[in-house]
Design a protein around this ligand. Structure first.
Ligand SMILES: [Zn+2]
Length: 431
């Protein structure tokens, strides 16, 4: 499908280039150059210095100024309508607020790292549109190198026809096929040995990352807050020496939701803890405190449902197709496992609340459930903790405070200790 996508891009370019020959040259040149450009190994990545939109609701053009040409791939995605442009890792030096306002066919766009060595720009469209043209221009006549994307309004039927029928697997970055970078160390002999020593594996999952900032307030991003929290929790757990602790991400990279679940499953983790920080839209008033979520088919209340919807959008925000991967969980045995797993997840959630409430301000209804995709491992007890609201002033003060974080991870580690000690004892006695 990559072939078809690029064919379409090339065809579009060829059409335009009939009218503007220099484009054909630069496009061919940049394509020919790309294999010799080691985009990953080089530490000074190409710099994107400005981005702008022009045009109207029928035709909209996006221009990105660069300090050198780059290779790229542009495709459209449906439901919601998006355009995704994959480029080698870029150093985005765009003014803050770039992309928050739209124009014409583009409602908004965002950009950032989607995997090591790979950046992405995701455009939210106002309606169905096609990529009429996309190309890279070399610097010329005092103008910097530019990546140009030309969108044209189409109706839904034409849009759907332009999509590949499959789930566009080529859109999944390498992390989709291989374990994420943070986890690849798990495959080293040393790591295997650690696993073989019988220690339980605890997976810590800091939400969002890379192109997906999560919730934001007062200049703080959820993705950074939960990464700092996850690292502190990992350090705290590792200090005990009792567990092998694995992070789904240990840097500012986006990890698709299914891959987070896969990490837990492939390591046969004893526990999966996803860390998030919520925000309430200003119109909905104020809320505060930590909430612990478990998986359920039906949300425990409207707020839990809203939150699960928001968290489940992470892949869409990062420009992934929303089609759920077929799961390998179909038979009744798995069903039974799943039921048992949910019992354990709920038990851990209650234990966690018991420990956290002595050190952390909790939400007035601290135990909730909803259909979080990241909690769907059928065989790994999983909880998602919203450690506070970035939209609440008091909570945000906590979230950025090292003292608060240290107290919070200590009580979390105690709950994990209590839960796993009991599970180990049960597993031991059943032998
Ligand atoms: Zn989140």
């Amino acid at each position: 499908m990559a072939g078809r996508a690029s064919q379409r891009v090339l065809l579009g370019c060829a059409l335009l280039c009939a009218a503007a020959l220099p484009c054909a040259d630069s496009s061919r040149l940049s394509a020919a150059e790309s294999p010799s450009q080691p985009t990953v190994a080089v530490t000074n990545f190409p710099i994107a210095s400005a981005a702008r939109l022009a045009g109207d609701g029928r035709q909209t053009r996006f221009i990105l100024d660069l300090d050198q040409t780059v290779s790229f791939r542009a495709v459209t995605l449906a439901d919601p309508y998006r355009v995704v442009v994959d480029v080698p890792q870029l150093n985005f030096q765009l003014p803050s607020g770039t992309g928050t306002g739209g124009r014409g066919l583009v409602k908004a766009f965002r950009y950032g790292l989607v995997m090591p060595g790979g950046s992405r720009i995701v455009f939210d469209l106002a309606g169905p549109a096609k990529i009429a043209n996309s190309y890279v221009l070399e610097a010329a006549n005092g103008q910097p190198a530019r990546l140009v994307l030309e969108l044209e309004e189409v109706d839904r039927a034409a849009f759907v026809q332009s999509l590949a029928p499959e789930n566009r697997p080529e859109l999944r970055p390498a992390v989709g096929e291989a374990p994420p970078a943070a986890v690849s160390t798990a495959a080293t002999p040393e790591a295997v040995q650690q696993k073989a020593d019988g220690r339980a594996v605890v997976v810590i999952d800091p939400g969002h990352g890379g192109i997906d900032n999560g919730t934001q307030s007062s200049g703080e991003s959820e993705k950074n807050l939960v990464l700092a929290f996850g690292r502190a929790l990992r350090d705290r757990l590792e200090k005990t020496g009792k567990y092998r602790v694995v992070m789904t991400r240990d840097d500012d990279t986006f990890i698709p939701l299914n891959d987070r679940v896969k990490v837990a499953r492939s390591l046969k983790a004893a526990l999966f803890v996803s860390i998030h920080a919520d925000a309430l839209p200003r119109a909905e008033g104020d809320a505060q405190g930590a909430t612990i979520y478990t998986l359920s088919d039906k949300a425990s209340d409207a707020e839990a449902e809203r939150l699960a919807d928001a968290e489940n959008r992470a892949d869409a925000i990062a420009g992934f197709n929303l089609a759920e991967e077929p799961t390998d969980v179909a038979d009744i045995l798995i069903d039974l496992t799943q039921r048992e797993t949910r019992t354990f997840s709920n038990r851990f959630a209650r234990l966690l609340m018991g420990e956290m409430k002595s050190t952390v301000r909790m939400h007035k209804h601290p135990l909730k459930s909803a259909g979080f995709r990241v909690l769907k491992a059928p065989d790994v007890p999983s909880v998602l903790v919203e450690i506070g609201y970035v939209s609440n002033k008091g909570d945000l003060e906590h979230l950025v405070s090292e003292g608060w974080r240290s107290r919070a991870v200590t009580s979390m580690a105690q709950a994990i200790d209590g839960f796993l000690a009991k599970r180990m004892a049960t597993a031991g006695s059943s032998n």
